[in-house]
Design a protein around this ligand. Sequence first.
Ligand SMILES: NC(=O)c1ccc[n+]([C@@H]2O[C@H](COP(=O)([O-])OP(=O)(O)OC[C@H]3O[C@@H](n4cnc5c(N)ncnc54)[C@H](OP(=O)(O)O)[C@@H]3O)[C@@H](O)[C@H]2O)c1
Length: 263
Amino acid sequence: MTFTEHTILITGGTSGIGLGFAKRFAELGNKVIITARNQVRLDTVLAENPDFAGFTSDIDDKNSVLELVNFIKTNFPELDVVMNSAGIMRALNLFEHSDGNLSALTEEIHTNLLGTIAVTQAFLPLLADNHGTVINVSSGLSNLADGAHPIYNLTKAGVHFYSDALREQAKYFGKNLRVVELVPPLVAETNLEEHASTDNPTNMKLSDLINEALVGLENDAERIDAGFAKILHQMGKSNSEENTSKLSAQMLGNYFPKEKGER
Ligand SMILES: NC(=O)c1ccc[n+]([C@@H]2O[C@H](COP(=O)([O-])OP(=O)(O)OC[C@H]3O[C@@H](n4cnc5c(N)ncnc54)[C@H](OP(=O)(O)O)[C@@H]3O)[C@@H](O)[C@H]2O)c1
Protein backbone atom coordinates (compact mmCIF):
# COMPACT_ATOMS: atom_id res chain seq x y z
CA MET A 1 0.00 0.00 0.00
CA THR A 2 1.33 3.47 -0.90
CA PHE A 3 2.79 5.29 2.09
CA THR A 4 0.40 8.23 2.00
CA GLU A 5 -1.98 10.34 4.11
CA HIS A 6 0.19 10.06 7.22
CA THR A 7 1.30 12.89 9.47
CA ILE A 8 5.03 12.39 9.89
CA LEU A 9 7.49 13.96 12.29
CA ILE A 10 11.13 13.71 11.15
CA THR A 11 13.88 14.67 13.59
CA GLY A 12 16.99 15.87 11.77
CA GLY A 13 14.80 16.82 8.83
CA THR A 14 16.91 19.74 7.60
CA SER A 15 19.67 17.70 5.99
CA GLY A 16 20.68 14.44 4.36
CA ILE A 17 18.51 11.39 4.96
CA GLY A 18 15.87 13.22 7.03
CA LEU A 19 15.43 15.95 4.42
CA GLY A 20 15.38 13.44 1.55
CA PHE A 21 12.59 11.47 3.22
CA ALA A 22 10.72 14.66 4.14
CA LYS A 23 10.59 15.69 0.48
CA ARG A 24 9.56 12.24 -0.77
CA PHE A 25 6.96 11.74 1.96
CA ALA A 26 5.45 15.14 1.12
CA GLU A 27 5.37 14.27 -2.61
CA LEU A 28 3.49 11.08 -1.72
CA GLY A 29 0.73 13.06 -0.02
CA ASN A 30 1.83 13.01 3.62
CA LYS A 31 1.93 15.94 6.04
CA VAL A 32 5.54 16.41 7.12
CA ILE A 33 6.91 18.18 10.18
CA ILE A 34 10.68 18.51 10.45
CA THR A 35 12.92 19.37 13.39
CA ALA A 36 16.58 20.27 13.94
CA ARG A 37 18.61 22.57 16.20
CA ASN A 38 19.84 25.17 13.73
CA GLN A 39 17.04 27.73 13.36
CA VAL A 40 18.54 29.46 10.31
CA ARG A 41 18.89 26.21 8.41
CA LEU A 42 15.38 25.16 9.46
CA ASP A 43 13.93 28.46 8.22
CA THR A 44 15.74 28.06 4.90
CA VAL A 45 14.42 24.52 4.40
CA LEU A 46 10.89 25.62 5.35
CA ALA A 47 11.07 28.53 2.90
CA GLU A 48 12.16 26.13 0.14
CA ASN A 49 9.45 23.63 1.07
CA PRO A 50 6.37 25.65 2.02
CA ASP A 51 4.25 22.51 2.49
CA PHE A 52 6.44 21.39 5.42
CA ALA A 53 5.88 22.43 9.02
CA GLY A 54 8.86 22.78 11.32
CA PHE A 55 9.94 23.19 14.92
CA THR A 56 13.36 23.94 16.37
CA SER A 57 14.24 21.16 18.74
CA ASP A 58 17.28 19.47 20.27
CA ILE A 59 16.79 15.77 20.94
CA ASP A 60 19.58 15.93 23.55
CA ASP A 61 17.56 18.32 25.68
CA LYS A 62 14.68 16.97 27.80
CA ASN A 63 12.81 20.30 27.88
CA SER A 64 13.19 20.77 24.17
CA VAL A 65 11.68 17.32 23.54
CA LEU A 66 8.77 18.19 25.86
CA GLU A 67 8.19 21.44 23.95
CA LEU A 68 8.16 19.47 20.72
CA VAL A 69 5.56 17.05 22.11
CA ASN A 70 3.36 19.98 23.18
CA PHE A 71 3.73 21.61 19.76
CA ILE A 72 2.71 18.40 18.01
CA LYS A 73 -0.19 17.62 20.37
CA THR A 74 -1.55 21.15 19.86
CA ASN A 75 -1.05 21.42 16.12
CA PHE A 76 -0.91 17.85 14.78
CA PRO A 77 -2.80 15.58 17.20
CA GLU A 78 -3.29 13.13 14.30
CA LEU A 79 0.49 12.46 14.17
CA ASP A 80 1.01 8.79 13.32
CA VAL A 81 4.65 8.47 12.24
CA VAL A 82 7.86 9.50 14.00
CA MET A 83 11.10 9.07 12.06
CA ASN A 84 14.15 9.36 14.27
CA SER A 85 16.79 10.49 11.80
CA ALA A 86 18.71 13.11 13.84
CA GLY A 87 22.20 11.81 14.45
CA ILE A 88 25.90 12.56 14.48
CA MET A 89 28.99 10.50 13.68
CA ARG A 90 32.55 10.92 14.95
CA ALA A 91 35.77 9.17 13.96
CA LEU A 92 37.65 8.90 17.26
CA ASN A 93 41.11 7.76 18.29
CA LEU A 94 40.38 6.29 21.73
CA PHE A 95 44.01 6.78 22.77
CA GLU A 96 43.56 10.56 22.51
CA HIS A 97 40.76 10.64 25.10
CA SER A 98 42.37 9.58 28.36
CA ASP A 99 42.31 12.89 30.25
CA GLY A 100 39.08 12.13 32.08
CA ASN A 101 37.07 14.47 29.88
CA LEU A 102 34.51 12.19 28.28
CA SER A 103 32.41 14.84 26.53
CA ALA A 104 33.72 14.02 23.04
CA LEU A 105 33.21 10.32 23.68
CA THR A 106 29.69 10.62 25.03
CA GLU A 107 28.32 13.14 22.52
CA GLU A 108 27.06 10.44 20.15
CA ILE A 109 25.53 8.47 23.04
CA HIS A 110 23.47 11.54 24.00
CA THR A 111 22.26 12.26 20.49
CA ASN A 112 22.04 8.96 18.65
CA LEU A 113 21.02 6.69 21.48
CA LEU A 114 19.51 8.68 24.35
CA GLY A 115 17.99 11.27 21.98
CA THR A 116 16.32 8.58 19.87
CA ILE A 117 14.99 6.89 22.99
CA ALA A 118 13.81 10.21 24.50
CA VAL A 119 11.86 11.23 21.39
CA THR A 120 10.36 7.77 20.89
CA GLN A 121 9.28 7.43 24.52
CA ALA A 122 7.75 10.91 24.53
CA PHE A 123 5.58 10.10 21.51
CA LEU A 124 4.65 6.51 22.39
CA PRO A 125 1.20 7.26 23.87
CA LEU A 126 0.16 9.45 20.93
CA LEU A 127 1.52 6.98 18.38
CA ALA A 128 -0.18 4.02 20.02
CA ASP A 129 -3.49 5.95 20.15
CA ASN A 130 -3.13 6.79 16.46
CA HIS A 131 -2.12 3.25 15.36
CA GLY A 132 1.23 4.72 14.46
CA THR A 133 4.72 3.84 13.31
CA VAL A 134 8.19 4.57 14.66
CA ILE A 135 10.98 4.54 12.09
CA ASN A 136 14.38 4.41 13.77
CA VAL A 137 17.39 5.09 11.57
CA SER A 138 20.25 2.90 12.73
CA SER A 139 23.19 2.07 10.45
CA GLY A 140 24.97 -0.80 8.74
CA LEU A 141 27.64 -0.09 11.35
CA SER A 142 25.28 -1.38 14.05
CA ASN A 143 26.23 -4.88 12.94
CA LEU A 144 29.93 -4.87 13.68
CA ALA A 145 32.62 -2.52 14.96
CA ASP A 146 34.44 -0.64 12.21
CA GLY A 147 37.27 0.48 14.50
CA ALA A 148 37.17 4.11 13.41
CA HIS A 149 33.78 5.02 14.96
CA PRO A 150 33.89 3.21 18.32
CA ILE A 151 31.07 5.10 19.99
CA TYR A 152 28.92 5.52 16.89
CA ASN A 153 28.93 1.73 16.42
CA LEU A 154 27.62 1.13 19.92
CA THR A 155 24.96 3.84 19.70
CA LYS A 156 23.58 2.32 16.52
CA ALA A 157 23.71 -1.20 17.98
CA GLY A 158 21.76 0.29 20.90
CA VAL A 159 19.17 1.78 18.56
CA HIS A 160 18.84 -1.65 16.94
CA PHE A 161 18.24 -3.48 20.25
CA TYR A 162 15.94 -0.76 21.56
CA SER A 163 13.87 -0.98 18.35
CA ASP A 164 13.65 -4.77 18.58
CA ALA A 165 12.58 -4.63 22.23
CA LEU A 166 9.98 -1.92 21.55
CA ARG A 167 8.51 -3.96 18.68
CA GLU A 168 8.28 -7.07 20.81
CA GLN A 169 6.73 -5.16 23.72
CA ALA A 170 4.16 -3.58 21.39
CA LYS A 171 3.13 -7.08 20.25
CA TYR A 172 3.17 -8.49 23.78
CA PHE A 173 1.18 -5.64 25.36
CA GLY A 174 -1.24 -5.43 22.42
CA LYS A 175 -0.31 -1.89 21.38
CA ASN A 176 -1.12 -0.57 17.93
CA LEU A 177 2.41 0.44 17.15
CA ARG A 178 4.63 -0.57 14.25
CA VAL A 179 8.38 -0.33 14.79
CA VAL A 180 10.63 -0.16 11.74
CA GLU A 181 14.40 -0.08 11.78
CA LEU A 182 15.92 1.54 8.71
CA VAL A 183 19.53 0.41 8.28
CA PRO A 184 21.38 2.55 5.72
CA PRO A 185 24.91 1.96 4.46
CA LEU A 186 27.12 4.99 3.74
CA VAL A 187 24.86 7.37 1.85
CA ALA A 188 25.78 10.19 -0.53
CA GLU A 189 24.28 13.71 -0.33
CA THR A 190 24.40 13.94 3.46
CA ASN A 191 26.41 16.06 5.89
CA LEU A 192 27.07 13.35 8.45
CA GLU A 193 30.82 13.49 7.94
CA GLU A 194 33.25 14.06 5.10
CA HIS A 195 33.75 10.39 4.28
CA ALA A 196 30.01 9.71 4.33
CA SER A 197 29.03 12.60 2.19
CA THR A 198 28.67 14.13 -1.21
CA ASP A 199 30.42 12.74 -4.24
CA ASN A 200 31.91 9.42 -3.16
CA PRO A 201 30.60 7.11 -5.92
CA THR A 202 30.66 4.04 -3.65
CA ASN A 203 28.10 5.60 -1.30
CA MET A 204 24.45 4.70 -1.83
CA LYS A 205 22.47 7.36 -3.63
CA LEU A 206 19.97 9.01 -1.32
CA SER A 207 17.17 8.44 -3.84
CA ASP A 208 18.02 4.70 -3.97
CA LEU A 209 17.91 4.52 -0.16
CA ILE A 210 14.50 6.18 -0.13
CA ASN A 211 13.18 3.91 -2.90
CA GLU A 212 14.32 0.80 -1.06
CA ALA A 213 12.93 2.06 2.24
CA LEU A 214 9.55 2.82 0.68
CA VAL A 215 9.28 -0.71 -0.66
CA GLY A 216 9.92 -1.96 2.89
CA LEU A 217 7.50 0.51 4.46
CA GLU A 218 4.79 -0.40 1.97
CA ASN A 219 5.32 -4.13 2.54
CA ASP A 220 5.23 -4.20 6.33
CA ALA A 221 8.97 -4.77 6.78
CA GLU A 222 10.23 -4.53 10.36
CA ARG A 223 13.86 -4.07 9.39
CA ILE A 224 15.05 -2.53 6.14
CA ASP A 225 18.70 -3.25 5.35
CA ALA A 226 19.42 -1.02 2.38
CA GLY A 227 22.14 -1.63 -0.21
CA PHE A 228 25.50 -2.59 1.31
CA ALA A 229 23.90 -2.75 4.78
CA LYS A 230 22.63 -6.20 3.75
CA ILE A 231 26.25 -7.37 3.39
CA LEU A 232 27.21 -5.73 6.70
CA HIS A 233 24.31 -7.57 8.36
CA GLN A 234 25.68 -10.89 7.11
CA MET A 235 29.24 -9.90 8.05
CA GLY A 236 28.04 -9.32 11.61
CA LYS A 237 26.34 -12.71 11.75
CA SER A 238 28.96 -15.07 10.37
CA ASN A 239 32.72 -14.86 10.95
CA SER A 240 32.08 -11.61 12.80
CA GLU A 241 35.49 -11.53 14.55
CA GLU A 242 37.37 -11.95 11.28
CA ASN A 243 35.09 -9.48 9.49
CA THR A 244 35.52 -6.94 12.30
CA SER A 245 39.29 -7.14 11.95
CA LYS A 246 39.18 -6.80 8.16
CA LEU A 247 36.72 -3.90 8.16
CA SER A 248 38.52 -2.13 11.00
CA ALA A 249 41.92 -2.38 9.28
CA GLN A 250 40.44 -0.77 6.19
CA MET A 251 38.47 1.93 8.01
CA LEU A 252 41.25 2.83 10.46
CA GLY A 253 43.59 3.16 7.47
CA ASN A 254 41.10 5.51 5.78
CA TYR A 255 40.41 7.67 8.83
CA PHE A 256 43.80 7.60 10.56
CA PRO A 257 46.35 7.07 7.77
CA LYS A 258 49.89 6.32 8.94
CA GLU A 259 53.04 7.94 7.62
CA LYS A 260 55.19 5.71 5.39
CA GLY A 261 57.19 3.35 7.61
CA GLU A 262 55.12 4.20 10.72
CA ARG A 263 54.13 1.13 12.77
N1 LIG B 1 24.92 9.43 5.92
C1 LIG B 1 25.18 8.15 6.08
O1 LIG B 1 26.02 7.59 5.36
C2 LIG B 1 24.45 7.35 7.11
C3 LIG B 1 24.61 5.96 7.12
C4 LIG B 1 23.94 5.20 8.08
C5 LIG B 1 23.12 5.82 9.02
N2 LIG B 1 22.98 7.18 8.99
C6 LIG B 1 22.13 7.79 10.02
O2 LIG B 1 21.15 8.57 9.36
C7 LIG B 1 20.75 9.65 10.22
C8 LIG B 1 20.78 10.94 9.43
O3 LIG B 1 22.11 11.21 9.05
P1 LIG B 1 22.46 12.11 7.80
O4 LIG B 1 23.45 11.37 7.02
O5 LIG B 1 21.22 12.56 7.15
O6 LIG B 1 23.21 13.32 8.53
P2 LIG B 1 23.15 14.90 8.30
O7 LIG B 1 23.05 15.21 6.86
O8 LIG B 1 24.31 15.43 9.06
O9 LIG B 1 21.80 15.34 9.04
C9 LIG B 1 21.68 15.24 10.44
C10 LIG B 1 20.45 15.99 10.88
O10 LIG B 1 20.29 15.79 12.29
C11 LIG B 1 20.13 17.04 12.93
N3 LIG B 1 20.62 16.92 14.30
C12 LIG B 1 21.86 16.59 14.73
N4 LIG B 1 21.93 16.58 16.07
C13 LIG B 1 20.68 16.90 16.51
C14 LIG B 1 20.09 17.08 17.79
N5 LIG B 1 20.80 16.94 18.92
N6 LIG B 1 18.78 17.41 17.87
C15 LIG B 1 18.05 17.56 16.74
N7 LIG B 1 18.54 17.43 15.51
C16 LIG B 1 19.84 17.10 15.40
C17 LIG B 1 20.91 18.03 12.05
O11 LIG B 1 20.49 19.38 12.19
P3 LIG B 1 21.11 20.37 13.32
O12 LIG B 1 22.60 20.19 13.28
O13 LIG B 1 20.64 21.73 12.91
O14 LIG B 1 20.50 19.95 14.61
C18 LIG B 1 20.52 17.49 10.67
O15 LIG B 1 19.25 17.97 10.31
C19 LIG B 1 21.70 9.62 11.41
O16 LIG B 1 21.06 8.99 12.49
C20 LIG B 1 22.86 8.77 10.91
O17 LIG B 1 23.54 8.13 11.95
C21 LIG B 1 23.62 7.95 8.07
